[in-house]
Design a protein around this ligand. Structure first.
Ligand code: HEM
Length: 180
């Protein structure tokens, strides 16, 4: 299998970035909503010590993904057989993923910088964890969290619809073993 994509299939680099990102985003949604709800400050701190670095890693991976598509690779053509509105909707969802991921990372980092949480969680400061709702970037981070959940459901739902209802190659070609 090739590193780069061709007209019908995704290459190994694109497939790897896709599935690593998917797992990381599920982890970020679970850890983020848990951190937002858990009452015990020590448990919340432990969750955020994983959540924040993972959020930064996914932002770097997303920037690498943008560079990969921009400079080195070209997406395969649509599998065909879908109405034009579905292809437009798919492109919009994919674009929104990039916007929301980068917006979530920026607002997360913003919350950390403004509240001093970085020092409490990683710098040995003995202060209590701040209430993140006192800081403006908490608003876009909360909206982005819900937008990300909606995008994820639409995106995964569409992939399963193609795989099980239309029975085309949409999902299979985003895997390492390729349809014939
Ligand atoms: C793509 C990246 C990210 C995703 C998908 C994500 C996801 C989430 C979600 C789902 C929540 C819960 C929101 C709510 O309950 O309204 C959350 C909260 C939070 N996230 Fe993130 N996050 C990301 C990046 C980051 C980064 C990079 C940081 C810090 C450097 C960060 C710090 C926080 C903090 C401090 C909270 C608030 C917890 C609270 O309200 O007590 N996040 N995140």
């Amino acid at each position: 299998m090739n590193r780069k994509s061709d007209n019908t299939n995704y290459g190994t680099v694109a497939v790897t970035i896709h599935w690593v990102s998917a797992i990381a985003i599920v982890g970020l949604l679970i850890s983020g909503f848990s951190a937002g709800q858990v009452p015990d400050p020590q448990t919340k701190a432990a969750i955020l010590r994983l959540h924040a670095p993972l959020g930064i890693v996914i932002a770097i991976l997303t920037l690498a993904r943008i560079v990969w598509w921009w400079r080195y690779d070209t997406r395969p053509a649509p599998t065909g057989g879908s109405p034009a509105w579905q292809e437009r909707a798919a492109r919009a969802v994919h674009l929104l993923f990039y916007v929301v991921i980068l917006g979530m990372a920026a607002s997360g980092i913003g919350m950390f910088i403004l509240s001093g949480a970085g020092l409490v969680l990683f710098g040995g400061s003995q202060s209590a964890l701040p209430d993140f709702h006192d800081y403006l970037p908490r608003i876009p981070h909360g909206i982005g969290a819900r937008a990300m959940t909606a995008l994820f459901v639409i995106h995964a739902g569409a992939a399963l619809y193609h795989h099980f209802v239309k029975r085309d190659a949409t999902l299979k070609r985003m895997w390492f073993a390729k349809p014939g």
